[in-house]
Design a protein around this ligand. Structure first.
Ligand SMILES: NC(=O)c1ccc[n+]([C@@H]2O[C@H](COP(=O)([O-])OP(=O)(O)OC[C@H]3O[C@@H](n4cnc5c(N)ncnc54)[C@H](OP(=O)(O)O)[C@@H]3O)[C@@H](O)[C@H]2O)c1
Length: 323
């Protein structure tokens, strides 16, 4: 397993890390299997885990708390997120900051997360949505400073809205944000344009999320794929998006080097960018954990393949089905 610095936090985190959304929000989850997948990650050297209160109203935080307790002899890093008080994804500029992240809301949820994680101090606490128009709100600064001064969190981060990687750069420049979480994968390469250079300049850690495009880059979707009602992926891979995605995935399959699988190409693509500190793959299946953790030591893709993958960049803007 390879480790990278998470920006100015100084945390040495495994470059392949574990995301817990699916475990508490998607169909086909089984808690025993999820816990076994998390434990296997730990055994294989993964030390960074991303969860959120919104993933099952604390359910994923609780699963992670169980894993932290079982492995208390190891330094594992836990990242979680405060949900927006108005319950709306993504954040929009017309929403008032005070209606989304009031101090009372933030501290109440930070405390609930601490209890679920079974820790006094959360390694990394993120806001689950963000709009850069909120940057100069005095309560944003005082809330982050108090969370740190009271010892409730070690570092603070922002999880940027889907397909809006620039909507957070102003906040990074306040110095309050130690880590940013952003969608980055073979399709969604836009963070390379402005966000990554800003993070490198400011020594802000980068968590690359959704490295497999919510599973499409696992290579198993077909035009007939239909997720059950209540599963968020039913909307995301709906009629607007599924056919285009399957077509693009097929084009990627055509350029796979001999012996390389699509998820391998996808994860190694993400790790090839030097601004990325770690990538959080959603993994509930033990086989996925084994396959993905093994890729850490495979290193970056070669430059000719990276150049070819530039042609697969897909510029997308938020849609009614994308959040
Ligand atoms: N707004 C936000 O802050 C936000 C939004 C989205 C995601 N996230 C975070 O980012 C994490 C990752 O994103 P994600 O889980 O949504 O999507 P993802 O990592 O792009 O894809 C996860 C899917 O890929 C499958 N998979 C994993 N490894 C595979 C492999 N080797 N071969 C084939 N399929 C494979 C998983 O299957 P199994 O689960 O069945 O193993 C799961 O269905 C989340 O868990 C969450 O922590 C944050």
């Amino acid at each position: 397993m390879q480790y990278r610095k998470l920006g100015r936090t100084g945390f040495e985190v495994s470059d392949i890390a574990h995301g817990l959304w699916g475990m508490s929000g998607w169909s086909g989850s089984d808690d025993r299997e999820s816990l076994a997948a998390l434990q296997l990650s730990v055994d294989l050297g993964c030390n960074f885990f991303d969860t959120a209160w919104a993933y099952g109203d604390g359910k994923s935080d609780g699963l992670l708390g169980e894993i932290l307790t079982r492995n208390s002899q190891k330094r594992l890093y836990a990242a979680s997120k405060i949900p927006p008080a108005n319950g709306k994804w993504p954040a929009l500029p017309e929403y008032k900051y005070s209606r989304v992240f009031s101090p009372a809301h933030v501290f109440k949820h930070a405390d609930k997360i601490r209890k679920k994680l079974r820790v006094e101090c959360i390694d990394l606490l993120q806001f689950h949505v963000w709009d850069d128009s909120w940057t100069d709100e005095p309560e944003f600064r005082s809330t982050v400073e108090k969370l740190k001064a009271d010892g409730w969190i070690r570092y603070f981060g922002l999880s940027l809205n889907r397909w809006q990687p620039e909507n957070g750069i102003r906040a990074l420049r306040t110095g309050l944000v130690d880590v940013v979480q952003v969608i980055y994968n073979i399709f969604d390469q836009s963070p390379e344009s402005e966000l990554f250079p800003a993070c490198q300049e400011l020594n802000v850690g980068v968590i690359a999320r959704v490295p497999l495009d919510e599973g499409s880059l696992g290579g198993k979707l077909t035009l007939e794929t239909l997720f059950p009602r209540g599963d968020w992926r039913r909307g995301y891979f709906g009629p607007d998006n599924l056919p285009k995605t399957v077509k693009r995935v097929d084009r990627l399959k055509e350029i796979l080097p001999a012996g390389m699988s699509l998820p391998e190409m996808a994860l190694r693509f993400v790790l090839s960018h030097p601004a990325v500190s770690t990538t959080i793959a959603g993994m509930r299946k033990l086989d996925h954990v084994r396959q993905n953790m093994a890729l850490s030591d495979a290193g970056p893709l070669d430059s000719s393949l990276l150049a070819e993958l530039k042609n697969h960049r897909w510029e997308r803007t938020p849609q009614h089905w994308s959040d």
